[in-house]
Write a protein that binds this ligand. Structure first.
Ligand code: KG4
Ligand code: ZN
Length: 344
């Protein structure tokens, strides 16, 4: 069989992503975001996200088909994220994918969002083949997960994930504390540029030797957020100005330190000299720089797909399904639903 032409639908959070691939070749990647609608709430509102998906889906599918220069009839399969993510948001994509697959009489593939993030790497034409095993660190507003990938289509193991806030969520919440707008990641990044990352020693969650024994690869960012809140409150109560740049830089350093330390610890422990980064927080240059620098010292090669493939998108979902098809995987039956806590 020629490389399969697959349309992927991604609606697990606030991005309506439609992507079309032919095997490992990216043909289109349309992303509509409802982020602006969530801004005044300081975070993604599930109900608002679901409604926005409903409105954006049809025009996004049309745009993706036009950009790829194909029609629905040309497709070999439809793919959709069935979880994890926001239940109501997922349901919109799953319903649309089932409708399309039935109407077109095409095979349907339900795929895991986190594994989709890893599959984004194979669409990066300049990167060369993804080698196994590899450790993957996925950081966004919705997840912070560390995975051991022995094979994209058949063997992905979750090593750890956040026990409370996702890293991006922590950026958003701390930005709010510092009276910076949503989404907080880019704002903190900007404020941190003029700050001293060593000004305040904020806690590195679950990184003490005693925590590491029980939670080696799990993450926790709510303690860090609380520590920043307390620090800011104490300064305000004492009538002192809050040095926003120093707080932002010190907070960012704590997050980056924990992420990179745990990812490289996993590389060392499993003797895997490869680390793949993904998720919207990878936009953070400090995170990329520290990861590249410490990985080089540890002899670990780092792969970072282009940012448009790192944030939530439909192309990575289509790419994963194309790999599954090429590996001989049977399509999903219509019996699957949206699963907000779908395991890898
Ligand atoms: O993957 P993504 O676009 O969407 C989902 O979370 O689903 O990631 C968005 C998250 C937000 O929490 C945002 O604040 C964070 O990524 N983010 C950043 C930066 N740019 C975006 N966090 C830190 N530094 C950045 N430069
Ligand atoms: Zn994601």
């Amino acid at each position: 069989m020629d490389a399969p032409l697959v349309l992927g639908i991604e609606t697990s959070c606030d991005e309506t992503g439609i992507g079309i691939v032919r095997g490992r070749q990216l043909l289109s990647n349309t992303i509509a975001s409802s982020m602006d609608e969530h801004a005044r709430y300081g975070g993604v509102v599930p109900e608002v996200a679901a409604r926005a998906h409903l409105e954006a889906l049809q025009p996004s599918i049309d745009a993706a088909l036009a950009e790829a220069g194909v029609t629905l009839a040309d497709l070999d399969a439809v793919a959709v994220t069935s979880g994890p993510g926001l239940a109501g948001a997922l349901m919109v994509g799953v319903g649309a994918a089932k409708g399309l697959a039935v109407a077109l009489d095409k095979p349907l593939y339900a795929v895991n969002h986190l594994v989709g993030h890893i599959a984004a790497d194979i669409l990066d034409a300049d990167a060369g083949e993804l080698e196994y095993p590899t450790v993957a660190l996925l950081v966004s507003g919705g997840h912070t997960s560390l995975l051991l990938v022995r094979d994209l289509t058949s063997d992905v193991e979750l090593l750890g994930e956040t026990m409370d806030d996702a890293a991006g969520e922590a950026f958003d919440k701390v930005a709010r504390l510092l009276k910076l707008p949503y989404p907080g990641g880019p704002e903190i990044d900007r404020a941190a540029a003029d700050g001293d990352p060593t000004a305040i020693r904020f806690p590195r969650g679950l990184s003490r030797a005693s925590d590491m024994a029980a939670h080696r690869y799990d993450f926790s960012f709510s303690g860090l957020k609380t520590a920043v809140a307390r620090w800011v409150e104490q300064h305000e109560a004492a009538g002192q100005p809050v040095p926003v740049s120093d707080v932002a830089a010190s907070f960012r350093e704590a997050v980056v330190d924990v992420l990179v330390t745990k990812a490289l610890d996993a590389c060392a422990r499993f003797e895997v000299p490869r680390l793949l980064l993904g998720g919207g927080v990878i936009a953070n240059k400090r995170l990329r720089d520290v990861a590249l620098e410490r990985a080089a010292a540890a002899g670990v090669a780092v792969r970072i797909p282009p940012l448009r493939l790192c944030t939530d998108n439909g192309a990575m979902i289509a790419a994963l399904a194309a790999e599954l098809i090429s590996s001989g995987r049977r399509p999903s039956t219509l019996a699957f639903g949206a699963d907000s806590t779908l395991p890898v």
